[in-house]
Design a protein around this ligand. Structure first.
Ligand SMILES: CSC[C@@H](O)[C@@H](O)C(=O)COP(=O)(O)O
Ligand SMILES: [Zn+2]
Length: 206
């Protein structure tokens, strides 16, 4: 799905976002209009989903360009309400090339029921999908931040953990944020994290 007048790199980023949105929808991670997706281009441009649409039925018009501070390049366009949570990751680490946010049932339920500041994932083979992990004989901590409708304020809370979150993070009663150097890696990490959260939830119910 090429946008007329846009270059190949832009069209590839849009295609990545549309396909990832479909995948997340197939897995039940973007109900209603939940979730947002972004991709950084090699030249630094950032493509992100518009606010409000269904992320499983995106088309090229559902993806817009923002600057590094999260401002849409075209005035009047409305980028994701959670744009600042994406741009802070790109600003923190230039190696990050894609950011995904979804609202799964395990992520929502676990994060609401867990009173502590994190969810610990230990002993799972699938931990190896996360950056820097090479064995199941380890524990990875997924920070849990309280939800806040003021995204700028939430971003300042998340900021203190940047660089210390190999598996991404959870927002209480809300969902997960996961990222990677490219869209396939970000998707694999999201899939891994969702699988592990589902395992934790299942074990707590036993
Ligand atoms: C359907 S409510 C979900 C929103 O409040 C928000 O959390 C979300 O994930 C999607 O917001 P959006 O502005 O479309 O990127
Ligand atoms: Zn959300």
């Amino acid at each position: 799905m090429n946008v007329e007048g846009r270059d190949t790199a832009w069209n590839e980023a849009v295609r990545d976002i549309i396909e990832a949105g479909r995948r997340m929808d197939q897995r039940g991670w973007v109900p209603a209009t939940a979730g947002n997706l972004s991709r950084k281009l090699p030249d630094g441009r950032i493509a992100i989903t518009r606010s409000g649409g269904h992320k499983g039925f995106l088309n090229a018009d559902g993806v817009i360009e923002i600057d590094a501070e999260g401002r849409p390049l075209i005035e009047g366009q409305r980028a994701s309400a959670e744009t600042l949570l994406h741009t802070q990751l790109y600003a923190h680490d230039p190696k990050i090339g894609a950011v995904l946010h979804g609202h799964s049932i395990p992520g929502t339920v676990l994060s609401l029921d867990e009173p502590g500041p994190s969810i610990e994932l230990a002993g799972y083979e699938l931990l190896k999908v996360f950056e820097g992990q090479s064995t199941h004989e380890t524990s990875v901590s997924v920070p849990l931040f309280d939800n806040d409708q003021d995204i700028a304020r939430l971003a300042t809370v998340v900021a203190s953990s940047l660089g210390k979150m190999p598996a991404g993070y959870l927002i209480r009663g809300h969902g997960v944020y996961v990222w990677g150097p490219d869209m396939p890696t970000a998707l694999a990490r999201l899939e891994g994290l969702e699988f592990l959260l589902a395992c934790v939830l299942k074990r707590r119910k036993l």
